[in-house]
Design a protein around this ligand. Structure first.
Ligand code: KG4
Ligand code: ZN
Length: 339
């Protein structure tokens, strides 16, 4: 089954064709970063307008690179939640209209299930496992029982980890998006240069929850207070110490979940899963099998949408022509099941 997957939830206009949930026939990502960079963050209005301009050429390019026409496509999938409302509406409405006019089934996809599926595109991974979903909008530790069966164990109680990277970078004028810049600068710095405060959310109720707002505030407004003697006050040292604290906040919770559940496989997804320090910390735990998507599939892309869509479609699921978009997923709370 060949699925055309469309992704437009934030600032990438993306489309891909994936066969049977694994074989990537094409994967086109048109990034809007240059247009948002001057504002040091995503401007929703610009994002929607760019999606509207680019969606048709991007989908055409995805079909061309796969050497296919719409006649060869079995179904169309598009992200419809969560994300920027205007952005979501462009890709989802385009996908629905294309599917309707071509007489193909349509399926609307939860973006976070797409991120989780990215690692499955090139690996055979069996369920259950622990998921670590870390992006610009979410930080989630979950038990994953199936492609659409996720039990949220912990989330951030305030900012997402990606947001903390982006805000720190924005404050210090390092560039946008912040994660990749901080990751690069941190390689030249010493994580021991500063001891930033770590969140204490340790009660049983918050055993797997995270917080990044205090860390962000400490790095932005009180950096000197946490500096350790003898270390140069350099940007590289600040980045290394911040990144270390952010990654340890994630991994301490994740390791608790590993111990408690006995699950030894961890699958990561989302833009922050590209972080080199996060990957290194997890690689140190040789008792855990940690599977990361390749770097090109960590950020937003259409292949992860087409990939997970295949499993819904194979089960017979379809979305109606009255399907709409949703900026948030209220169900992404602890203890609730999600699909
Ligand atoms: O998944 P994604 O592309 O979009 C959302 O669904 O939000 O994630 C974007 C986030 C941004 O916050 C960006 O700064 C972060 O992923 N990011 C990184 C790295 N590459 C991207 N964060 C840390 N280290 C990286 N190497
Ligand atoms: Zn994303």
């Amino acid at each position: 089954m060949k699925v055309l997957g469309i992704e437009s939830s934030c600032d990438e206009t993306a489309a891909a064709v994936v066969e049977d949930g694994h074989k990537i026939l094409s994967n086109v990502v048109a990034t809007q970063i240059p247009f948002h960079k001057i504002y040091k963050g995503v401007v929703p209005e610009i994002a929607s307008r760019k999606h509207a301009e680019w969606i048709l050429p991007v989908v055409r390019q995805a079909l061309k690179e796969a050497s296919l026409t719409m006649e060869d496509i079995d179904a169309v999938a598009a992200t419809n939640r969560p994300g920027l409302m205007g952005s979501l509406l462009v890709g989802m409405t385009f996908g629905k209209t294309l599917a309707w006019s071509a007489g193909k089934p349509f399926i609307a996809i939860n973006h976070m299930l797409g991120h989780l599926y990215a690692a499955h595109l090139e690996n055979d991974i069996s369920y259950p496992y622990l998921g670590l979903l870390v992006s610009g909008g979410h930080s989630i530790i979950c038990k994953v029982n199936g492609f659409d069966d996720i039990e949220v164990l912990g989330t951030t109680v305030d900012d997402s980890v990606g947001e903390a990277f982006d805000k720190v970078s924005k404050f210090y004028g390092l560039g946008y998006p912040g994660g990749v810049v901080i990751d690069r600068l941190a390689k030249e710095g010493n994580p021991a240069a500063a001891s930033f405060p770590v969140p204490h959310l340790d009660g049983s109720e918050h055993r797997y929850d995270m917080s990044f707002s205090g860390l962000k505030t400490a790095v932005i407004h009180q950096c000197d207070m946490f500096w350790n003697d003898g270390f140069e006050h350099s940007t590289e040292n600040m980045c290394a110490a911040f990144q270390e604290t952010a990654c340890r906040t994630l991994t301490t919770r994740l390791f608790r979940a590993v111990e408690d559940t006995g699950l030894k496989t961890v699958v990561a997804g989302g833009g922050v899963a590209a972080n080199s320090r996060l990957r290194a910390i997890l690689a140190e735990r040789t008792d855990i099998q940690c599977i990361f998507p390749p770097l090109k599939l960590c950020g937003d892309n259409g292949a992860m949408i087409a990939g997970v869509a295949y499993h819904f479609l194979e089960r017979g699921d379809r979305s109606g022509w009255d399907t709409t978009a949703s900026a948030r997923i209220p169900q992404f709370k602890r203890g609730l099941k999600n699909s």
